[in-house]
Ligand binder design. Structure first.
Ligand code: G3P
Ligand code: MG
Length: 250
């Protein structure tokens, strides 16, 4: 892997606002819009299958109900994760990580796999997502970048697949960021863009880590972050952001 193979723009949750989040339709939308990289969220079913879903429960983004932690993979087969976003997405399934991994590899779409454990399932989710990612991207020149708000999940991921790059996600500034990144041998710090300042970005860059920022839906903000030294942003506004050539060119 070259030092940093990822582009500046990552399509957030697959297709951002243009498709139901965390679905294959979203990944295809990102490809269609010319994106070279996507971010998506992965958690475990009750029977330990890695699937894509943001929330702890199915309710907001599908016609299913209740916590994912209580569903077996077979329970998800009839769930419609597309209709809430529009009739054209009706019947879109909650995808298995294996299907999305295969799509990314075949389409040469780079991936930031966010490990998003169901409550209390941090360790096994970190282990199994990393194990799957290592398998799906085996032999590929650009590995998926793993990230998580759960430090515990990241520690488990690193133990399971130490060769995969990892980044720690933070929503509030953490004064101990450097020792935490060092302990993980992480490559990046993924921050809510609202907590970033030029000084903070500079300090993280000088310590040898990349800074990624979520969720950036404004061109002027994306440009400012880039000027500070931020290496990438996650955006929902796929169409808008790609209109700015300075952001598209890595
Ligand atoms: O990984 C960046 C971003 O996706 C983190 O927030 O809630 O959209 O998963 P969230
Ligand atoms: Mg995410």
């Amino acid at each position: 892997m070259s030092d940093w193979p990822y582009p500046f723009l990552f399509a957030h949750r697959g297709g951002g606002r243009l498709a139901p989040e965390n679905t294959l339709a979203g990944m295809m939308k990102a490809t269609e819009c010319g994106y070279q990289a996507v971010e998506f969220d992965v958690k475990l079913t009750a029977d330990n299958v890695c699937v894509l879903l943001h929330d702890d429960t199915l309710d907001r983004t599908s016609d299913g109900h209740g916590p994912m932690a209580q569903k077996r993979f077979a329970d998800l087969l009839d769930v419609d994760a597309g209709s809430w976003k529009g009739e054209e997405f009706a019947g879109e399934p909650i995808p298995a990580f294996s299907d999305v991994g295969l799509y990314c590899v075949r389409s040469r779409l780079m991936a930031n796999v966010e490990i998003k454990p169901c409550p209390g399932r941090d360790v096994e989710t970190g282990q199994l997502v990393a194990r799957d990612a290592a398998l799906f991207w085996q032999g590929e020149s650009v590995p998926p970048l793993l990230s998580s708000f759960s430090y515990e999940a990241l520690q488990a991921a690193v133990a399971a697949a130490p060769w995969l790059p990892v980044g720690w996600l933070i929503d509030h500034w953490q004064e101990d960021w450097q020792s935490r990144l060092q302990a993980l041998e992480a490559v990046s710090l993924h921050c809510n863009h609202k907590i970033l300042t030029a000084e903070r970005v500079k300090a993280v860059r000088e310590a040898g880590y990349h800074v990624l920022a979520y969720t950036v839906n404004d061109i002027a903000r994306a440009r400012a972050l880039k000027a500070w030294g931020v290496s990438g942003v996650f955006t929902d506004e796929l169409d808008l952001m790609r209109q700015d050539e300075t952001l598209v060119v890595a």
